[in-house]
Design a protein around this ligand. Structure first.
Ligand code: URA
Length: 225
């Protein structure tokens, strides 16, 4: 266990007892986040849905399955990355016997923000991939527009670089050719984030130990990143 694992576990145990906003009253589980805390790449979604609330794990419903497939097409598994959300508890509307997801309210996002901030301060990823506009509004900038700014790298206080991708739940709502195009853009943005990690790592390695001019650089990236 690294110091990062330990610090994240400590933060998680506090988050599991959180009652800072009304979502605490309707949640089944706090969905803190999971994956590899020692990773250079963190994915941030909006907030848990029904499956995540039931299991306490991020992205385990249909959107999560699509996300896993798109990661796999980039040879990435959940062991390589860390996945979390802006809001750690499910936002829902209870109408009689039916419970429906709803977007988290601004005050819920604000109340939850410090968990995400602390999580990212502990992990210190090199790159963040924000999934969907609500996560990108937090990670990249508050007026983020998916149509204009998707797929572009931005410096951020949480990592050296961040890039937004379409949210997998949005991709699932598309049909036919639109679905294929949206899915392909998610795969491409994951690929771009992965390449960016490798680029930053290479720059950092060169800064730490510059290669003598006539010595060829060692083969880059035997491992995933
Ligand atoms: N959508 C999200 O934004 N996060 C999840 O964990 C699941 C679905």
């Amino acid at each position: 266990m690294t110091l990062i694992d330990e610090r994240l576990e400590e933060l998680k145990s506090k988050a599991l007892a959180c009652s800072d906003c009304p979502l605490a009253q309707t949640r089944t589980n706090v969905v803190f986040g999971e994956g590899n805390p020692n990773t250079p790449l963190v994915l941030v979604g909006e907030g848990p849905g029904a499956n995540e609330d039931a299991t306490g794990r991020p992205f385990v419903g249909r959107a999560g399955q699509l996300l896993d497939q798109c990661l796999a097409e980039n040879r990435i598994t959940r062991k390589h990355v860390y996945i979390c959300n802006v809001v750690k508890c499910r936002a829902c509307i209870i109408e009689g016997r039916s419970v429906k997801n709803r977007p988290p309210r601004q005050e819920e996002v604000s109340a939850c923000y410090h968990w995400l901030k602390e999580q990212l301060e502990i992990i210190k990823p090199l790159v963040i991939l924000s999934l969907g506009a609500p996560a990108s509004n937090i990670i990249i900038h508050k007026d983020f527009k998916m149509t204009r700014e998707r797929g572009i790298f931005f410096p951020t206080q949480y990592a050296e670089s961040a890039i937004a991708a379409l949210h997998p739940a949005y991709v699932l709502r598309q049909h036919g050719a639109e679905f294929e195009a949206a899915r392909a853009s998610l795969v491409a943005d994951i690929a771009a984030a992965r390449r960016k990690v490798m680029e930053i790592k290479k720059e950092l390695a060169e800064k730490a130990a510059p290669q003598p001019e006539n010595k060829p650089a060692p083969p880059q990236e035997l491992s995933l990143f």
